[in-house]
Design a protein. Structure first.
Length: 291
């Protein structure tokens, strides 16, 4: 195995980072967020810290590390660091088969099949919601289901560790091209689109009110979520964790999943080999054991 360099090179001296500083940052990310941070992530850390270093008027990543770990502002700065370092790629109607399964199978199974659906409020948790595309997709899907299957009500909790993306979700403002995956009839119904040349659109207020955004770190011992959920979406999250952390996170999520409730992970993720109270339904869909 080759020895680690003393300093990782980059395009300019401002973003050079010593192996000691990288190890310190990587250990912090893994211990606080559970995210694996191998040496291959050096360039990512360098690029993502550029803006924050400039905002603070600092000269280098080495200076930033002192600010992050040793200054009087260290505690507050850690929120900005987490915002900068976390990955928040998401889309409306990402992996659409999950939403199809939700409306065709899960919801009828939860509320009663056929025309005998009983009155019920369904609660859904979008865990790792990023900037809100997933919970708002859920809100559109559930609103459409409510229209065709009355009486039906729902509530959505959306959580993420990044305060930056949570604020974006609360505002519900998105680039116009980002809503391309949304069916045209749903765009007309749930988005304020303004003039054709406008570069952004906004989720309508009624739909925004159906989603509650809150900060949550998957590494917390107690998620401080008291409600029990019928459905939990936790997609494109587990890929950043090692296997023991995946086990711990899903175990804690299952504590808040009702017996018979549904859990969805990403199609690229697997729960095989984990000790969980779940039955696989295929396509990264699971149901909690009935008690």
């Amino acid at each position: 195995m080759p020895e680690k360099p003393d300093t990782y090179e980059c395009t300019g001296p401002r973003l050079r980072i010593s192996s000691r500083s990288f190890d310190q940052l990587a250990e912090f990310v893994t211990s606080k967020l559970g995210i694996k941070m191998p040496e291959s992530k050096v360039t990512m850390i360098q690029s993502r810290l550029m803006r924050r270093i400039g905002e603070l008027g600092l000269e280098s990543i080495e200076e930033y590390c002192e600010h992050l770990f040793s200054s009087a502002e260290a505690e507050g700065e850690r929120v900005h660091f987490i915002n900068a370092i976390t990955t928040n790629k998401t889309d409306f109607f990402r992996e659409p088969q999950h939403f199809e399964y939700l409306t065709r199978t899960a919801l009828p199974g939860l509320t009663g099949s056929g025309g005998a659906a009983r009155e019920r409020r369904i609660v859904v948790w979008s865990a790792g919601c990023s900037s809100g595309e997933e919970p708002y997709t859920l809100a559109m899907v559930l609103s459409e289901y409510a229209f065709t299957h009355p009486p039906f009500e729902f509530g959505i909790l959306a959580t993420d560790v990044s305060t930056k993306v949570l604020q974006m979700g609360k505002e519900g403002i998105y680039a116009r091209q980002s809503i391309d995956p949304v069916p045209p009839e749903l765009r007309r119904k749930y988005f304020l689109q303004g003039k054709a040349e406008a570069q952004s659109v906004r989720i309508k207020a009624a739909l925004r009110r159906s989603v509650s955004f809150h900060r949550l770190n998957f590494m917390d011992a107690d998620y401080c979520v008291r409600e029990m959920f019928d459905v939990i979406f936790c997609r494109n999250v587990l890929i950043y964790f090692d296997r023991p952390t995946q086990q711990a996170v899903i175990t804690k999520l299952c504590r808040n999943l009702k017996p018979g409730g549904y859990l969805f992970v990403s199609l690229s993720e697997s729960l095989t080999g984990l000790d969980l109270p779940l039955v696989s339904l295929g396509s990264s869909s699971f149901r909690k054991h009935q008690e």
